[in-house]
Design a binder for this molecule. Structure first.
Ligand code: PNS
Length: 161
């Protein structure tokens, strides 16, 4: 039986830290579903479809091997998606104790709701300071985000709209 792991997030936009976690997860699990989920607590920069497209381009350009599906989910709970596709594991990147504290209640609720376990993945420390919110802020003020995001994202953000 192939083991499917879901890597969920806002990915607004996908960063080098996210890509690192996706690649590490792809080494462990048979199939990875990178799932773009709207987070109502955050003000969005990019439409969901654009985020999906940028992740697909970035995964391909990075040459990440394995079965990787990139899609989005907007109806119901995250664990409903997991149940629908037969995934029993969520993978979350944690950069610090702050991330662990933020993720822990969600991990417990997701386990209680549907028996879905959460695996906390440590990204490369080189990406410890990188976050989508920082990228959004730097990009919105005209700064260079290329050290923090895949090429597809920096090209997209720096193209005049
Ligand atoms: O990248 P983010 O913004 O930290 O991702 C957070 C996200 C989207 C994964 C989180 O908000 C989430 O799991 N949303 C789904 C809604 C849900 O199922 N909530 C109940 C269980 S926590």
């Amino acid at each position: 039986m192939s083991r499917i792991a879901v890597v969920p997030g806002s990915f607004d936009p996908v960063t080098l830290g996210h890509l690192d976690v996706i690649e590490r997860a792809a080494h462990i699990f048979d199939e990875i579903h990178v799932l773009v989920v709207h987070n109502p607590d955050k003000t969005a920069l990019l439409p969901i479809a654009q985020r999906v497209s940028l992740i697909k381009d970035s995964v391909a350009a990075a040459g990440i091997k394995g079965e990787i599906l990139v899609t989005s989910w907007s109806v119901g709970l995250l664990v409903d998606y997991c149940t629908d596709v037969g995934a029993s594991v969520l993978v979350k990147g944690v950069r610090s104790q702050v991330d662990v504290a933020y993720e822990t209640p969600m991990a417990i609720v997701n386990r209680n709701l549907a028996g879905v376990e959460t695996v906390f993945m440590l990204p490369d420390p080189a990406h410890a300071h990188v976050s989508s919110s920082l990228v959004r802020q730097v990009a919105s003020l005209g700064g260079d985000v290329s050290p923090y995001v895949p090429r597809a994202v920096s090209d997209f953000l720096q193209t005049p709209k």
